[in-house]
Design a protein. Structure first.
Length: 262
C-alpha cells in the first residue's frame, strides 16, 4: 500500500492524538493497521517465503487478522529456533522479544553448532564452490544479544503483563537493540491464547498446546515389506543415518513447510 503525504500526515496526527487516551498495546495495533493497509497484508513480515505463504493463506481462509501471525502447536521449539535465528541474522537483523512461560527456550539453539556446520559441509559436494550450504539457523553469537527473553510465571495474567512490559521496554527503553528494527514478540506457553483467542495475549507468534500450525518430526519410511531381522540389523546403521537426517514439518489445513536441522 502506498500512502501519500497528506494521508500520512492525517494518520500521524490522529495516532498522536490518541496516545494519551489509549494504551501502548492499542497504539501498536493502530500502527500495524495503518502502516500495512489492514489485515490483507500479513505483518510482521516473515522472511521465510514458504512459511509466510502458509500464514497468508490461513488468515485469508479463516478471515482473520494478526496478531498472532502464527499460532504454533506440537513440537514447536524447533520452528521457533529456525524462525528467530532467521530474523536476527543478516540480512534482516531484527530484534525479537521472547516471553517464555515454560522456561524451555534455549537461546544457544539459535546458532548452528560447529559440529552441525562441519557435518553439513562434509556432506556437500566438494566440487560445488558456488556457495556454502544454507543453514536453518543462520544467526551468529553476536546476534543473540538482540533476543530479549522474559520468563514470567505460567498464568494468563502474568504472561499478559510480561508481553505489555516487553512492548513498553522495546519502544521506550534504553536497550542495546535500538539500532535494530523490532520484529515483534514470540509467546511460549500461552495456553488457550495460542489461538485467535479470548485471553487477550497478543504475541506476534503464539506457541502452546493449541494452534493451527502443528510441528512434528518428518516421517521416516519403515522397512520394506519382507525385510528379515538379519537384514534389518545389518542395515541399522544406514537407517539410523536416515532417522538422524529427518527434518521437521510444520503442517496446517492450507499447506506445510519442511526444514532440516542443518
Amino acid at each position: 500500500m502506498t500512502m501519500d503525504a497528506a494521508a500520512a500526515k492525517h494518520v500521524g496526527a490522529r495516532l498522536l492524538g490518541e496516545i494519551e487516551e489509549g494504551s501502548l498495546e492499542e497504539l501498536l495495533d493502530a500502527l500495524r493497521v495503518n502502516l500495512t493497509g489492514g489485515s490483507s497484508n500479513i505483518r510482521p513480515h516473515i522472511p521465510i517465503p514458504a512459511l509466510a505463504n502458509i500464514a497468508s493463506r490461513h488468515h485469508n481462509a479463516a478471515k482473520s487478522a494478526p496478531p498472532p501471525v502464527l499460532s504454533v502447536s506440537g513440537r514447536y521449539l524447533p520452528l521457533l529456533y529456525h524462525l528467530i535465528s532467521t530474523l536476527i541474522a543478516e540480512p534482516h537483523s531484527y530484534a525479537v522479544v521472547v516471553v517464555d512461560a515454560e522456561s524451555r527456550f534455549d537461546v544457544t539453539r539459535l546458532v548452528t553448532s560447529p559440529s552441525s556446520s562441519s557435518s553439513s559441509s562434509s556432506s556437500a559436494n566438494p566440487l560445488d564452490r558456488s556457495s556454502p550450504a544454507r543453514s536453518s539457523y543462520p544467526a551468529n553469537p553476536s546476534d543473540l544479544r538482540h533476543v530479549h527473553v522474559y520468563q514470567p510465571s505460567r498464568g494468563q495474567d502474568q504472561i499478559r503483563a510480561a508481553v505489555a512490559a516487553a512492548q513498553e521496554w522495546m519502544v521506550y527503553g534504553s536497550h542495546g537493540s535500538r539500532a535494530r528494527e523490532w520484529w515483534g514478540t514470540v509467546v511460549i506457553g500461552a495456553g488457550a491464547g495460542a489461538g485467535a483467542g479470548s485471553s487477550g495475549i497478543k504475541g506476534d507468534v503464539n506457541a502452546g498446546w493449541k494452534g493451527w500450525l502443528r510441528v512434528e518430526r518428518e516421517e521416516v519410511a519403515g522397512f520394506a515389506a519382507g525385510t528379515s531381522i538379519e537384514e534389518a540389523l545389518r542395515d541399522r546403521g544406514k537407517r539410523q543415518e536416515v532417522v538422524d537426517g529427518a527434518g521437521w514439518v510444520a503442517g496446517s489445513r492450507v499447506g506445510g513447510y519442511v526444514w532440516k536441522d542443518v
